[in-house]
Design a protein around this ligand. Structure first.
Ligand code: AKB
Length: 313
């Protein structure tokens, strides 16, 4: 069997996907790349981890050839909040590296998974039940890179038959690895602070509603999409995908059911403008129709699990 390569493997999605894939296929089948190796990294359990900069085309090719890679989960990315602070970095990491991977996929017949985001939508897209096919005029550089990436994926599929598959993720909530630099990160930070200080100051306003998903649903979505017969897939840009939509205040109220003393305050920063440009809810009926997508975690189940798991940590 050809091996699996995960880029951005130490990130929020990568670290959990790596664990799942290593358990499923064996750690010798999974190769991870990221900038650094975390202290105490368990290669026996999780597979080889190489330090590689994804903007280095030659270095990526070397890894693909050396380890006889057949599938790439190209997860590396600069998220929305951080992207606004360094648009050039966002473009190089999010778009240039994807183009390298798609070129290698074309030459070496690789399968590719690449995460897109609700950030492809902008102020001119419908805010509620945002459809799969609609205006894509994002105002963040992150959103611009995700639209460019989706169009590249679609182009490589149509022109070269590269089997590249993608999901437009909402905000992802997880307890194993914190996210870094996103607009939806408040929905993770709030849990850490609720347990530590019974208080949290959100960088988004109380009434800001965004689409969200608990990480186990996201990992399952990736695996189900990648396991689907190619002919069933009608979308080769990126599938709309969602689970739950809630406001900052609604999440705080849910946390208060477990921690009654919890207090929410707000101090909006530059990420408020990004959040205001994104949808409040998503229509993912095409993913549900094409490959049977169903989310498992609603707001109360996700909150209960987050608090239980973080407490245990
Ligand atoms: C972000 O907030 O930038 C990401 C995303 C929604 O893509 N979590």
């Amino acid at each position: 069997m050809k091996r699996i390569l995960i880029t951005g493997a130490n990130g929020q999605i990568g670290s959990e996907l790596r664990e799942t894939l290593a358990a499923q296929y064996g750690s010798d089948q999974v190769i991870s790349i990221d900038l650094n190796k975390p202290a105490g990294y368990d290669a026996k359990k999780l597979g080889v981890l190489e330090s590689v900069d994804v903007t280095d085309r030659q270095a990526i090719e070397k890894i693909i050839d050396q380890y006889q890679v057949g599938t790439v989960f190209h997860l590396v990315g600069i998220l929305s909040g951080k992207g606004e602070l360094n648009p050039d970095l966002a473009w190089n990491v999010n778009v240039s590296s994807l183009k390298y991977v798609l070129d290698f996929a074309k030459e070496k017949s690789l399968r590719v998974f690449w995460p897109s985001s609700i950030a492809v939508f902008g102020p001119t897209s419908p805010k509620e039940q945002t459809p799969q096919i609609t205006t894509l005029e994002p105002t963040s550089i992150y959103g611009v890179t995700k639209v460019a990436g989706e169009l590249l994926c679609n182009y490589y599929f149509n022109k070269y038959r590269v089997d590249v598959r993608s999901l437009r993720f909402p905000g992802l909530i997880s307890y194993k690895t914190p996210p870094g630099g996103g607009t939806t990160d408040y929905a993770v930070e709030i849990f850490y602070e609720a347990l530590k200080r019974q208080a949290y100051t959100s960088f988004l306003k109380r009434d800001t509603v965004l689409p969200m998903m608990y990480m186990p649903d996201a990992i399952r979505a990736i695996l189900e999409l990648m396991a689907s017969p190619s002919d069933d897939l009608t979308i080769r840009t990126s599938y709309n995908l969602t689970a739950i939509s809630f406001s900052v205040a609604e999440l705080a109220t849910e946390i208060q059911k477990h921690i009654p003393a919890f207090q929410l305050s707000t101090d909006p920063d530059h990420r408020q403008k990004i959040a205001d440009s994104w949808p409040r809810s998503i229509d993912d009926s095409i993913a549900r129709r094409d490959w049977g997508w169903r989310h498992a975690f609603d707001l109360s189940a996700m909150t209960r699990e987050m608090l239980k798991n973080l407490q245990a940590q």
